[in-house]
Ligand binder design. Structure first.
Ligand code: ATP
Ligand code: MG
Ligand code: MG
Length: 412
């Protein structure tokens, strides 16, 4: 067996941890850049790990110096350094110890994709320019022109509409739903002076998501995109809480269209890896909400549902080794539900749920527990549960209703 390239990973949260869990049995070494006690390092000790921030240029270079390829578990990283590493290269000590040599390290997905996705407004402008369906949006001015600009958005979109921070947001933290003119001042104060944009409110009946693996040759030419099954995602207070496979009461034709939209989006990005495409279903129409250039909460159920999980696919794509993706990405069960374990009011609020899962004795559904090794804080994603069904998703939902009820109680 040829020696496998060492993968350098920026970020060691739960996504990094699950990537390491997929890498270990395949004999793939992952070097993680993050804090010493992060979830990924708890299960992935090695001498190549780097302690520090995935935003720190020097630490990113130190990681690149000891790896063959870089990837990310989070998009909020320093893109300029990634571009430098992938294009001009960085100086590293020469193998003979006499001076330095220039080393270039490929970055997957491409720094171009990560940079585009970091700015949610630019991301969707790009999708719209490429004929992909997105909700209408407009940039909001900063400084003194801000209120007038928000008034213009209200005129254009009507109430309610969304104000969103263009950069750095997650779990809906940069979003503000503007319901009436009275909200303008509060929105401005609450959002601070970050770059903002306004977006038409989408009265969706459901949110859908699809993970897509993208393969590419060494010259950056797209080889192929491979979709995972489409799932239904439930967000409560803007945080994803549940994922259903297959989406409930959605026509097969719509599911296929969603899968096609996901593939069209990802084929217009750059680099290898897996990508999550979040979508709104409104009437018969599908609109792209946003893309994550990495494994994603909506893809966690692939760990059990498909032969190759989203983490496996990220590794396979990056290493350009994947013998039978069409087969490996197909569902192996008729239904699956993923429930996020979010931290409750007390540090141990979730423990009853964990006990329940471990004592769960349902003859029809497999129940898999994933804890991330994170300290519990209210609303924080500290683990997830996947249940697998041999029948319809509605029946599976019925069978797991006790778990769902417990989960909702923790959040309450
Ligand atoms: P994350 O990256 O964690 O998914 P985020 O902070 O980037 O979240 P968005 O995906 O923009 O946030 O929005 C979070 C949720 O808010 C969406 O999943 C959806 O439920 C709701 N939402 C966002 N935009 C709109 C919109 N234009 N109309 C209606 N609901 C919306
Ligand atoms: Mg987002
Ligand atoms: Mg989102």
């Amino acid at each position: 067996m040829a020696k496998k390239p060492v993968i350098g990973l920026l970020g060691g949260g739960q996504l990094g941890r699950m990537l390491c869990q997929a890498a270990a049995p395949r004999g793939i070494t992952v070097a993680v850049l993050d804090a010493e006690d992060c979830p990924a390092k708890q299960i992935n000790h090695n001498s190549l790990n780097v302690t520090g921030s995935f935003k720190d240029p020097e630490k990113i270079k130190a990681l690149a110096a000891r790896c063959d390829v870089l990837t990310v578990e989070i998009e909020h990283v320093n893109c300029d350094v990634l571009e430098e590493i992938a294009t001009t290269g960085i100086e590293v000590p020469s193998p003979d110890g006499q001076g330095t040599v220039v080393k270039r390290v490929p970055v997957h997905p491409s720094y171009k994709t990560i940079r585009l996705i970091q700015d949610k407004f630019q991301q969707k402008e790009y999708f719209a320019e490429n004929g992909l369906p997105v909700a209408p949006q407009m940039a909001i001015e900063s400084g003194n022109a801000r209120i007038a600009s928000i008034e213009q958005a209200a005129k254009r979109f009507g109430f309610p509409f969304m104000l969103k921070g263009a950069k750095g947001s997650y779990d809906g933290r940069g979003n503000f739903k503007v319901r009436a003119p009275d909200d303008f001042e509060t929105a401005v104060t609450q959002m601070g002076d970050q770059p903002l944009y306004a977006e038409k409110f989408v009265p969706f009946q459901m949110e859908l998501a699809v993970m897509v693996m993208r393969t590419e040759d060494d010259d950056g030419k797209l080889k192929k995109v491979y979709p995972y099954p489409v799932v239904e995602t439930i967000h409560e207070d803007s945080i994803c809480t549940k994922v259903f496979f297959p989406p409930r009461n959605v026509a097969e034709s719509i599911i296929q269209r969603a899968q096609k939209v996901g593939c069209d989006v990802v084929s217009r990005l750059w680099g290898r890896g897996v990508f999550a495409v979040e979508m709104f279903l409104v009437g018969d129409e599908i609109l792209v909400n946003e893309v994550a250039p990495r494994p994603h909460n909506s893809g966690h159920l692939t760990i059990e549902l498909t032969e190759s999980s989203q983490f496996d696919a990220q590794l396979s794509s990056i290493l350009d080794q994947f013998p039978s993706p069409e087969f490996a990405l197909k569902p192996r069960y008729p239904s699956a539900i993923m429930l996020n374990i979010l931290g409750g009011a007390k540090p141990d609020s979730h423990e009853k749920l964990v006990d329940l899962v471990e004592g769960f004795s349902n003859p029809y559904a497999g129940v898999k527990l994933h804890l991330y090794g994170k300290e519990s804080k209210p609303g924080r994603k500290i683990g997830h549960i996947t249940t697998l069904g041999q029948s319809s998703v509605e029946q599976l939902s019925e069978r797991t209703s006790r778990l769902i009820q417990f989960m909702d109680e923790i959040r309450a």
